[in-house]
Ligand binder design. Structure first.
Ligand SMILES: [Zn+2]
Ligand SMILES: [Zn+2]
Length: 264
């Protein structure tokens, strides 16, 4: 099987290696396709997102990687684009004009009750603080809003791969270990999965947190129904380090094969 990874961060955002270092590591590890996906430029303050002024240098770096390693490995210039609202998302003219090779779209920021966009990704300590300081400690509001934003993102389109579609479960379940057993949570996820199935969009199985938190995104619980519904799936490591490009991808691919998914 062709070794690929369509979710790869570098120093242009919060990754720890340069494009050149990631490219060399990819070739050394036998990858044939790597999609680079820096966190997109964004209109709210965020140290984790790339700066708009760095985009030309980023695109140049990916072009150079292709020149260096063709035809062994192909490097795609993509982004992991944040969904904020109807005016800022993967279908916005700004991103269309960048003419990227592909895009992942993800929800990392959601509007708090007061309207301010707050990061729900990242370390739990910060999430817990944001719960107190911005979300009135209302986990149901946070989870509801995460999925309504996700639903809007799906309808808005403009991207190739839907990023880690239940990522909120990581911090959400750290806050309430029973989160994924609540009927209202199950309804939100099932509504979203039905919409994903209808849309025909490609989803990722994101393996980034498997080693550290024992969890894939989406949760393995939902894989049988995703496979049954023939949802197109790619398996991505969401690597922020060169030595993690292939982390836990094998385990996910094996599990998918066991479920009868025709992994290509
Ligand atoms: Zn992400
Ligand atoms: Zn990512």
């Amino acid at each position: 099987m062709r070794l690929y990874n369509y979710h790869t961060h570098t120093q242009y955002c919060d990754g720890h290696n340069t494009v050149a270092e990631m490219a060399k590591a990819a070739v050394d590890q036998g990858f044939e396709v790597i999609g680079f996906t820096p966190h997109s430029p964004i209109i709210i303050p965020s140290p984790c997102n790339m700066k708009a002024e760095d985009v030309p240098a980023y695109l140049d770096d990916v072009r150079r990687a292709n020149e260096m390693y063709a035809p062994e490995c192909r490097f795609l210039a993509g982004m992991e684009i944040d969904y904020l609202d109807k005016d800022f998302n993967a279908s916005s003219q700004y991103f269309v004009d960048l003419d990227l090779d592909f895009a992942i779209s993800s929800v990392h920021f959601i509007p708090a009750q007061g309207g301010e966009y707050i990061d729900i990704d990242g370390k739990y300590e910060r999430f817990a603080r944001n719960m107190r300081e911005h979300f009135h400690d209302d986990l149901r509001y946070v989870v509801n809003t995460y999925f309504s934003q996700s639903m809007d993102m799906l309808h808005q389109g403009g991207f190739t791969i839907l990023g880690h579609f239940d990522k909120i479960a990581l911090n959400g379940a750290a806050h309430d270990p029973d989160l994924e057993q609540h009927g209202w949570y199950i309804d939100l996820v099932q509504d979203y999965i039905r919409e994903i199935e209808k849309s025909g969009v490609t989803i990722e199985i994101n393996t980034k947190a498997k080693e550290t938190f024992g969890r894939f995104f989406p949760n393995e619980l939902y894989w049988p129904q995703l496979v049954e519904a023939r949802v197109p799936i790619v398996v991505n490591s969401d690597a922020h380090y060169a030595d993690r490009l292939n982390a836990s991808r094998g385990a996910a691919l094996q599990r998918l094969a066991e479920l009868g998914y025709a992994v290509s």
